[in-house]
Each structure stands twice: as C-alpha cells, then as structure tokens.
Design a protein around this ligand. Sequence first.
Ligand code: 39S
Ligand code: ZN
Length: 776
Amino acid sequence: MLRTNNLGYPRIGAQRELKKANEAFWSGKISRRELLDVGLKICQTNWEIQRSVGIDLIPSNDFSFYDQVLDTSLTFGAIPQRYHALADKKGVEHELELYFAMARGYQQEGVDVTAMEMTKWFDTNYHYIVPEFVKNQSFSLFSEKAINEFYEAKKMGIITKPVLLGPITYLLLGKEKEAGFHRLDLIDKLLPVYNQLLSKLKAHGAEWVQIDEPFLALDLDDKTKSLYPKVFSQLKQANPGLKFVLTTYFEGLRDNTDLAFSLPVNALHLDLVRGEGQLQSVFPKLKNKDLVLSLGVVDGRNIWKNDYESSLGLVRPVVDELGSNRVWIAPSCSLLHVPCDLDLETDEAILPATVKNWLAFAKQKLTEVKDIAVLAEGRVDEATQARALANKEAQEDRSTSKLIHHDAVKQRIASIGKGDDQRKSTFAVRKQKQQQALGLPLFPTTTIGSFPQTKEVRSWRAQLKKGSLTAEQYNDLIRKETEEAVHWQESLGIDVLVHGEFERNDMVEYFGEQLQGYAFTKNGWVQSYGSRCVKPPVLYGDVSRPKDMTVFWTAFAQSLTKLPVKGMLTGPVTILQWSFVRNDQPRSETAFQIALAIRDEVVALEKAGIKVIQIDEPAIREGLPLRKADQQNYLEWAVKAFRLSASGVGDDTQIHTHMCYSEFNDIIAHIAAMDADVITIETSRSQMELLDAFADFSYPNDIGPGVYDIHSPRVPSKEEMVFLLEKAKAVIPAEQLWVNPDCGLKTRAWPETKAAIEAMVAAAKTLRESVQETVD
Ligand code: 39S
Ligand code: ZN
C-alpha cells in the first residue's frame, strides 16, 4: 500500500484563531485556560482535516503557540539564566508565561528581561527563536508538550507521528553565548534527554517519530558529518521498536547522499521540489535495504497546483523499483509556509477564478498528496479520476494563458543597458552633494518607516473594504494620523522624518496590490513569527506599474514640514521573496521586472521633491540559496536588481536601504556592492555583534545600526542606547553613523514607541555632546 505522509500543517488556524487568542492573552483579555483551549481546538481541527483526506502519517507536535524551535528549547530545558528567576517565581504551572517571556521579553512586577534572539528559518520568511547555549549547559525534560499532543490525538483515535527537531539541527540552530566550546559538543548531554522523551512517546503508543534534520541537506563540515552516524545509531539503540523517519527539506542531499543512506533509520524523506534531480542518485543506494522513501513531490513552499503528470513521472519508477510498501507520498516540507484553505477565497475581484484554478493551499495540497498516491498505485476511483482530469486542464490553461505574458514588459527587460544599474557618481561625490542638500547633524536620527498600525488604523481599512467607510472618509482619517506623526517627529527633533505608512497593510502586499501581474487573497495568511502573519500576494504574470504607488502620501507628508521626509519603498528582491512567485520562469527574470517598476516609483518620488528614498531589502539574505555552490549567481542578480531600482536618480537624492533578521556577515561585500548611500540594519538583539563584520570589511557608505529591538514591547533606556552607540562608534567612524531603531514600528503601540524614540533622540544628543567635548 502506497502511504501518504504529512510533515506539518499550518497552526495559526484558517481564521487566524491562534493569532487572535495569543494577542488577547498577552493583553490580559483571556485566561491561560482559554488560550490553551484555542490551541487544542486548532490541533483537533487539523488532525480531523488530515484524517478525512486520508493522510496515513499525520503529524503531532507540529503545533506551536509561538515557535517550534522555542518549543524544543523548553522541551529540553535549555532555558537561559536570565529567565530562571521568573521560572522559579512563577512555578511550573506557568510554563506558558515563561515561554512567552523567552519569546517576547518581560517587563513587569520588577522583572525586566530581554527576549531571546530571533532569526530566519533557513530561506523562508518564518522566524525562529535562537537557542542559547553556555559551556556547562545542562538539559532536562522540562516541557511535555510533545507527549501531550500525542495523547490528545490518540483520544481522537489517531496515532500520530510526533515531529521532533533533530538533535544535530537543534544544536546547529542555536548560538554559543560564551567562548570556549562548540555547541555540537553538547550532543552527549542532549541525547540522553532526547532518548528520555522518545521512550515516553513510545510508552504512550507512538510507532513512528519524524526527526527533522534539514541541515543534512546543506553544506556540512567534517565534524558535523561524522556526528550523524554516531547520533542516529545511539537513537536507534536506545529506542528499540520505535521507527524513525529522517526528514530533510529545502534542498537535495547532494554530497550527503551516501551519509544519509548509511544512517540506521526506517524511512528517509526527500524534498523533490528543491532537490529535483536527486532521485537518480539515490536509486543505487536502495538495493538490499528495507528503507522506506518518503517522496516530497507536492511543493510546501509555494501555492501552485501540483502537476500530477510530472509527479507521477517521478513516483512511478520508484514504486516499480521498491514496491508500494516502501514508498510514501508527501509534501516537500511542512505546510507551515503556505496558507490554510483556498476554498475560503471567493472574491473574484482580488483573485480571479482563472488564477484561483491554478492554485492549491495546505488543505488542497493534502488532497494532491492523496491523489498522487492513489494514481500511482492505479486503484483509481471516480472522484480521483475527475480531479486528475481537472488537474491536467488547469496545467494546460496556465501554460497558455494570455493573462501571464506581456510583450512590453519583456522588451523593457531585454533592453536594460550597461549603465542602468549604476549611480551617476561615486559615493564620496554623492555624500557631499547630499550633505549640501540636507544639512544633517552628526549622528542623524531617523526611523525605519512604519509607525504603529493600531487597531483603529486597521479597522478603518477593514471598514473601507466592507464599504462602511468611503474612500474620502478613509483618506481623511489617514491624513490626520499622518499629520500627527509628522508633527510629533518634528517636535521631538528627529532629523529625517517618515510619513508613518498608515495607509499600508503590509510592505509587500501594498505594492503587489498596485502592480500588474499580481492577484491577492482575503485569507491567505502565513505565520511570520509568533502571532504575526503575512498574506503574500500571488505573482502570476509579467509585472508592470500602471501608476504612482506612494507619491501621494509621501508628498503630502513632505508638504507639512521643511525637514526631509523619507520616501518608503520595498525593494525588488524583498517583493520577490515575500510573494508567492511564478515557477514558470527564473526568479531573476521576475526580480528584474519588479526592479524596473520600483525604479519608476523612485524617479517619480524624486520628481515630487522627495530627497531621501529608502528601498527596503530585508529579505536579500533570506533569498540566498542554502548551498554555497548556488550563492554567487543569486547574489549577482539580486544586487543588480536592487541597483536597477535605485539608479534612476540624481547624485543629491539620498538612497537608503534597510535590512533585518539575518546574519549578514557572509554577504557584506555584496551589501556594499548595492551601493546604497545609507544602510539601516538590525543589530541590537545580538548586541551589535554584526558591526564587527562591517568594521573588518570597512564598509564604505553610511550605516545606521539599530540601537534597540522593536520586536519586544520593552522600552529601552537612553543609557542602553548610548552604550550600544559607543560600541558602534568604536568600530565605525562617527561621520558614517546614523541613529535609528532596528526595524519599522508598525507592530508596536504608541506609548512604548513614543517613550523609546524620545530616549533614542536623547541618546543621539548625548553622543553629539560627547564628540563636541572631545573636540573642545
Ligand atoms: N514579511 C512581510 N510580508 N512583511 C513584513 O512586514 C515583514 N517583516 C518582517 C519579516 N517578514 C515580513 C517581520 N515580520 C507583521 C507581519 C510580519 C512581520 C512583522 C509584522 C504584521 O504586523 N502583520 C500583521 C498581523 O499579523 C498583518 C498585517 C496586515 O496585512 O497582525 N494587515 C492588514 C491591514 O492592516 C489586515 C489587518 C487585519 O488583520 O489592512 N484586519 C482584520 C481582519 O481582516 C480586521 C481588523 C479590524 O477590523 O480591526 O480580520
Ligand atoms: Zn526591519
């Protein structure tokens, strides 16, 4: 029997139930009990959906209240010292409060602890909480979440397959918080606790356990390579009778193929979307073994319908070779990265029926997995037959659709000239001209662009969409909000102002909505971090810009003040990265199309009298291919796309860019090659660690290292920020330094925003005074 295997299901709920419950709990509106109930309800719903579609291996422990890596830290008791007092004070029944304190920081009842660091999950727009390890790290079975979830599903009559982050991947995802050891050296302490958990799961009736080791599909050093056989034989030995499905994703195994097939596991999952060609090389390894292969043929990272015929082309030879008992059909990775249910999308004005017919979300992907299994085995019922036919028609419709291709766009791409991705003069020349135009002080202050998207602002937009506010009424409200923000910034003494972005829903969706070639959804939410979700627009066709996108509100804000107002745009690579993009042409081609649209907007802003323009590229590092061999090519076209978007303006127009949430050290030369006049960059959660890279490299242009973490409601003191700025000043010349927060402020509330920005401006003043003193 060809079985079906799911790796993970979206956990925010089809109506973002988890987001709403979490936020209600944090603001004291619901109790812990009520929040736990919402969580359980989501688990039960997800299990039921999977059972009804006919998924054989249904995951548990893929649910999380905030993040699965943080769950793992709590499971194995890797709780950093600074939370111990809180843990003791609250006691075990407050596990959830401790958990959220680690995720978000905690500033109450005389306790003041910062949040743990957060960073991108491989090359996705999902963020995980970075485990912190110390030299004499100890582990213990602290949270029993994995067991509880297994038990809950069992009550429904479902024997789930618990999902655990593999021990090597878990350690690699973390960071050493002191010198003198390597985190992989902690494996001998971790494994006994890991085994303790596994034996409990077994005792509760678990048969299969999914061990996620995405690192096994990446470039590995010898130390890590040699650890894999050791770890997996120990797991095998310590847990007789338990079956392991070793799960890799986001890349093909490539040079780790032999290693992966040598490991003593019962099943191996391959991502056949990213590692398309890898089946050929694994065939020879399968002889004389009873290993099960889980074939990840349904794309867990994008929303296009699976092409049944091409999937069957992959699957059938494997079934012929191994027999159907040794083959599972699966999505390529967890479905966490796609929205829940396409059936909820019924508004043809934003998602035309033609485009909708090309798509599949998580729930639909489960059916695809099941269909492919049924078709591959040839025991086809009528309903499956009908879906297979419809699938074939949808593929044909998309491949010939007139909605997708536009000659004018293709011609413009073809005619990109040599100088089109270069500013007119060097940075040194530009800096002088910009200084003349702007007259900024030393340590100029600015913010990253967005101000709090309060409930009110969002509800105005919701009302506009529903028709209970007219466009005029809505614009009036946004105008007032913008005016207030501009006047507040002026009164505070900020040097480069922003308009606040009150008119925008999201920094990518907002642009997608105004570009040709895009469709959107009403409910296509995907978790980004914690309770925060995004609704990536669907880029299905050639991209062009029919009219101005941001000029109106930027020019309005500029009309209110003599100080410079920064125009805010999202860069081409980030728009690409945070959209669901076409898979029928190379990503670079799509990036260049977006770049030209943004370039036109940059020029339009300059024409409207805007002197400073920020083109955000927070996702440039996230788009970096996971394998070194593929990176150079990406960096070349990504940097070119940014430069194309930025190079249409005169020398005296100052171009900023912004980046966050990634380790940038390894691509610093390429960041410099983007040649933005100013880069503002996230650094504060890592205490400005990043700056070492900028100093070593001697970054040529101006830089604003974030002086406080905006992803936590905690208000930083002026002294903390002065301390960080002094740290920055030690490695970056003062003339190059800007003062700004880590990121945009849309996720924050006004009171903490005002307090923090006030302190930030005061910190900049203190720095200016101290420089003045040394000059005197
Ligand atoms: N990726 C993207 N695409 N955008 C980003 O900003 C980022 N930032 C980084 C990395 N990746 C990103 C960090 N990630 C949010 C999301 C991701 C983030 C940071 C922040 C965020 O604030 N998301 C909002 C949220 O989860 C949703 C933003 C949005 O699209 O709350 N809002 C819409 C709007 O403002 C819809 C709002 C909404 O939920 O128009 N409306 C309610 C509804 O439709 C009704 C509101 C009401 O009546 O009060 O049910
Ligand atoms: Zn940011």
